[in-house]
Design a protein around this ligand. Sequence first.
Ligand code: AFP
Length: 337
Amino acid sequence: MPLSRTTLAAHLLQQQTLHPAVTTELSAVIEHMALAGKVIGRELSDAALHGALGLTGDTNVQGEVVQKLDERTNDIFVQTFEGQGGVVRAIVSEEMEKPCEVGGQAGGRAGEYVVFVDPLDGSSNLDANMTVGSIFSVHRVSSRLQTDLETGFLKPGRDQLASGYVLYGPSTVLVYTCGAGVYQFTLDRGIGEFILSGSRLKIPPRGKVYSANEGNYAKWPQGVQRFVDYLRDKDAATGRPYASRYSGCLVADVHRFLTGGGVYLYPGEISKPEGKLRLMYEAAPLGFIIEQAGGLASTGTQRIHDILPTAVHQRVPLIIGSYEDVGNAEEFVQGKR
Ligand code: AFP
């Protein structure tokens, strides 16, 4: 049976008639994310032929080494939003220390939205031709925002208006939510359009797979160690041991769980309790997607969406995935088991 051919634009138009949360402005932001995703997907496909792989020799605001494609994809997002007609006021990116103002005048008014973006999540996978992604989150700019641009953008995850990601794998896939379900689109390269390939996605309440960088095991707090030990133990009644899968790309691992269930964890370490992942453009947007699909996103002691950020590049421990699996993890972390 032939599949329907609903483009992202047609889908968003339809959603606008069904859900007040899906406004024309927000739809425009998502379409610009999709545009940036198409450009990035195309550039990644032959980056090795243009000498675009490898390191720049610099470190970013996080103190991490920068890949040439980290810089290039950041530029693509900035350029894309500079051409968006003023709906978005600023971009906050993993690759830029400070928010970048992009245009910002729609009908004579300052743009209403700020977009948080991790332009190239998992970029160390590139040299091995493995999956990478882009993550985004959209907030309304606070009306109190005047002098200090950065602190005006510090809002909890529950205030997100939209979030999503683009995954550059065997196919390029866009997943988004505006709080009215999770939708997936697959890029038809021949016609350059994202076509609807999954509606109102739901994550199974429990999975059979976990994902963590187990090389860090000795650095984890005891509760996390005991949770991973539990997942590796044999128990037919609860489907253990779980299989282990870890790609080094958060988006790819979380996408696996969105479709099949399971749990991803990047915990804090005893000497680095804040963990590695970034709240505003990694944990919170993926948390919005996963919670819309019926799962959970937690630090182990607090829901990701309840954290009041204090800095745009803030780090946070993350346990995300199926509702029951994350619930179990919380019990271990909190010493209840
Ligand atoms: P980059 O966005 O800097 O490439 O980092 C990737 C990442 O934040 C996330 O995608 C991975 O799950 C995680 O880091 C991998 O970190 P480790 O190399 O410490 O496992």
